[in-house]
Design a protein around this ligand. Structure first.
Ligand code: AMP
Length: 219
């Protein structure tokens, strides 16, 4: 199964991707996570991407396309994958299509998770990430906690630079102007599932699974 999770920053793509990845036993490919790791490790890619990311802008298409080609060619992606954060431009979507046809993939489905913009701003402001493993938490769920429930790191919660209010606004603008057209591109191909992201994590997940089952894509 090849899934592209689509939606604005903060809509819950990463959370849903992790659950589906576990349930279907396919890797969760988050380009944001890959880039943050590269920034932390100060690789060449990380050095190029770090500043762009902290402004809430998009890393250039050529870098992202090269990165995704390398990841999708790896053995772990042979049985399927969930893409989270890619494609984010129509140039990336076209490159992905080309790559899919080269490697014989014709069953990819895009899941569009939707939510109101004001709700998204609230959510992003109220989330914290773990510096060690990158897991995302709602502030009130980790109040008073000293260790990350996922990896056990101590005092590792922080507000991501790009989750600060002024950067959030820029990310949402970039989403509307540059990433939304990707949805029309996939709609024209007829493989889009729409899911309402303004519900509990469990209910959103249920809705995704039901929609995949209805298309005979969830076994
Ligand atoms: P995310 O965690 O998916 O919100 O990604 C964090 C940041 O990484 C984004 O705001 C972009 O700066 C960068 N990024 C992630 N994926 C892409 C992509 N497909 N194209 C361009 N930039 C990306």
């Amino acid at each position: 199964m090849r899934i592209i999770l689509f939606g604005s920053p903060g809509v819950g793509k990463g959370t849903q991707a992790k659950i589906i990845s576990k349930n279907l036993n396919i890797p969760h490919i988050s380009t944001g996570d890959i880039l943050r790791k590269a920034v932390k490790e100060q690789t060449e890619l990380g050095r190029k991407a770090g500043e762009i990311m902290s402004r809430g802008e998009l890393v250039p298409d050529d870098l992202m396309i090269a990165l995704i080609k390398e990841v999708l060619a790896s053995d772990e992606c042979k049985k399927g994958f969930i893409l989270d954060g890619f494609p984010r431009t129509t140039v990336q979507a076209e490159a992905l299509d080309k790559l899919f046809s080269q490697i014989g993939i014709n069953d990819a489905v895009l899941i569009n998770i939707t939510a109101d913009e004001n709700e998204i701003i609230k959510r992003l402001n109220n989330r914290r990430a773990c510096k060690q493993c990158g897991n995302i938490y709602v502030l009130k769920d980790i109040e008073g906690m000293k260790t990350c429930p996922n990896c056990g790191a101590e005092n590792s919660f922080y507000l991501r630079n790009d989750d600060k209010e002024e950067v959030i606004k820029n990310r949402l603008e970039v989403f509307k102007s540059t990433t939304m057209p990707v949805l029309d591109y996939y709609k024209s191909k007829g493989r889009v599932i729409e899911v309402n992201g303004l519900d509990t994590i469990e209910n959103v997940n249920k809705e995704i699974i039901e929609a995949l089952k209805a298309k005979n894509l969830y076994h």
